[in-house]
Write a new protein. Structure first.
Length: 371
C-alpha cells in the first residue's frame, strides 16, 4: 500500500485519469484489506493456516503482476482488490500462527517482533517506492510486489508446516456463530478495541499534519513526511521495548507502564497546546511518547485476547485486524484540519487514548472475575 503512494501522480498521468480517481487505488486496497482479514481468519480455522497462506500469497502475487500490466484504471483497481485480499491473508494469519505455536511470555515477544517488522514498512516503503518510480516507472513497484509474492509463496510451500491445532470442516453457520461469540465476549472485544484505539490514535495527527506542519510551523512537504514517519516509529520503539524486556519484566507491568506513557503523551500534547507552548520539538516528543506507550501495550493485550478463544485464533486475528483498520479510519476522520488543527488533533487523540484505556480496564476486570 505505502509503496505506491509516491507514484500516484505519475500513474494517474500514464493512465489518463485525475489524481482523485487514482486515489481509488489506495482506497479500494484499504477496504479490501480490512474485509479480507474477516474472511481469512475463519477460513484458516477450517482448512488450516498453510493451505490458506498458499492461496493468499498466490492471490497477492497474481494481483501484483496483473496490476503492473494493467492498461486502464478499472483493471488496475480489480488487480488491487485481488492483491489486497492476498495481503490480508498474511496480515491476519501471521498473528494466528504465533498463537498456534507459542504461549505466555514467548507469544508476547513474538507478537511484538511481528508488529515491529510491520511498522517499519510505512516508513521505508514510500522511500523505496519513490526511488523505483523515478528510476524504473510506477509499474516496476507493482511488479516487485508480485515477485515478492512469488517468493513468499515458495517459502510457504517449502518451509511452513501446518500449525492449526484443530482444523474444522468449513461451515458458514458455525463461522457466523463464532463471530457472534467473539463480538459478545466483552473481554475480547474490549481488548481488541482498546489496542486498536491506542495503535491508531496518532492517525488524528497524520490527518492534519500537512496543514498543521506546513501552514503553522513552516515545514516543507518532505519534512512533513519525516515528522510523520518519526511519530509512527514510536510504535515500533514500544514494540521493541516489550520484545526486549518481556522475559525480565512481567507482561502486565509492561502494559501498565505503556498505558501510563500513552496517557502522559496525550495529556502533555493537549496541555502544551492549550497553554500556547506547542512547538515542533515538544509536539514530536509528546507524540512519540504516546505511540511508544501504545506499542508497549499492544503485544501484551493482543496475546491476552487470544487466550480467551484458543481454538478460534484465525477468526480472532481477523476480527482484530479489521478493527485496527476501522479505528484508523475513525481516528483520522474525527479531526478538523480547517479551523484549529493542533487543538482538534490533541483533543481527539486524548479522547481516543482515554476510551481505549477504559476498554482495556473493563476487559481486564471481566477477565479477573471469570478467572
Amino acid at each position: 500500500m505505502h509503496l505506491m503512494v509516491p507514484a500516484l501522480p505519475v500513474a494517474a498521468a500514464d493512465l489518463g485519469v485525475s489524481a482523485g480517481q487514482m486515489q481509488l487505488a489506495i482506497s479500494v486496497y484499504l477496504l479490501s484489506l480490512a474485509l479480507g482479514q474477516l474472511l481469512w481468519g475463519p477460513v484458516s480455522d477450517s482448512v488450516g493456516r498453510r493451505r490458506a497462506l498458499v492461496v493468499g500469497t498466490t492471490l497477492f502475487a497474481l494481483g501484483g503482476l496483473a496490476a503492473a500490466c494493467a492498461p486502464s484504471l478499472e483493471l488496475l483497481l480489480v488487480a488491487r482488490v485481488v492483491q489486497a485480499l492476498g495481503a490480508a491473508c498474511g496480515m491476519s494469519l501471521g498473528r494466528a500462527i504465533i498463537r498456534d505455536t507459542s504461549e505466555g511470555v514467548e507469544m508476547v515477544r513474538q507478537l511484538a517482533l511481528l508488529a515491529l517488522v510491520v511498522l517499519l514498512s510505512p516508513g521505508l516503503a514510500p522511500m523505496l517506492g519513490g526511488a523505483l518510480a523515478h528510476t524504473f516507472g510506477w509499474r516496476a513497484m507493482l511488479g516487485l510486489l508480485g515477485a515478492l509474492g512469488l517468493f513468499s509463496l515458495w517459502m510457504t510451500v517449502q518451509r511452513l508446516p501446518e500449525t492449526c491445532p484443530s482444523i474444522k470442516p468449513f461451515d458458514a453457520r458455525r463461522i457466523a456463530t463464532d463471530y457472534g461469540d467473539l463480538v459478545r465476549d466483552l473481554r475480547f472485544t474490549g481488548l481488541a478495541l482498546g489496542t486498536a484505539g491506542l495503535n491508531t490514535a496518532a492517525f488524528a495527527f497524520l490527518a492534519v499534519a500537512p496543514v498543521l506542519l506546513t501552514r503553522q510551523m513552516g515545514l516543507s512537504l518532505a519534512e512533513v513526511g519525516l515528522c510523520s514517519g518519526l511519530v509512527m516509529m514510536g510504535l515500533a520503539l514500544g514494540n521493541a521495548l516489550t520484545s526486549l524486556l518481556v522475559r525480565r519484566i512481567a507482561p502486565h507491568r509492561l502494559a501498565a507502564a505503556g498505558l501510563l506513557l500513552a496517557l502522559a503523551g496525550a495529556l502533555a500534547l493537549l496541555a502544551l497546546e492549550m497553554g500556547q507552548q506547542l512547538n515542533l520539538t515538544n509536539m514530536l516528543i509528546a507524540l512519540v511518547t504516546m505511540n511508544c506507550g501504545a506499542g508497549m501495550v499492544s503485544p501484551v493485550m493482543t496475546a491476552r485476547a487470544y487466550t480467551f478463544r484458543p481454538t478460534q485464533a484465525g477468526t480472532a486475528a481477523g476480527v482484530q485486524g479489521c478493527t485496527l483498520m476501522v479505528m484508523a479510519a475513525v481516528s483520522g476522520s474525527l479531526v478538523s484540519p480547517d479551523s484549529d488543527p493542533a487543538h482538534s488533533c490533541a483533543v481527539v487523540m486524548l479522547c481516543v487514548v482515554v476510551v481505549s484505556c477504559g476498554c482495556i480496564a473493563l476487559a481486564t476486570h471481566l477477565a479477573r472475575r471469570r478467572a
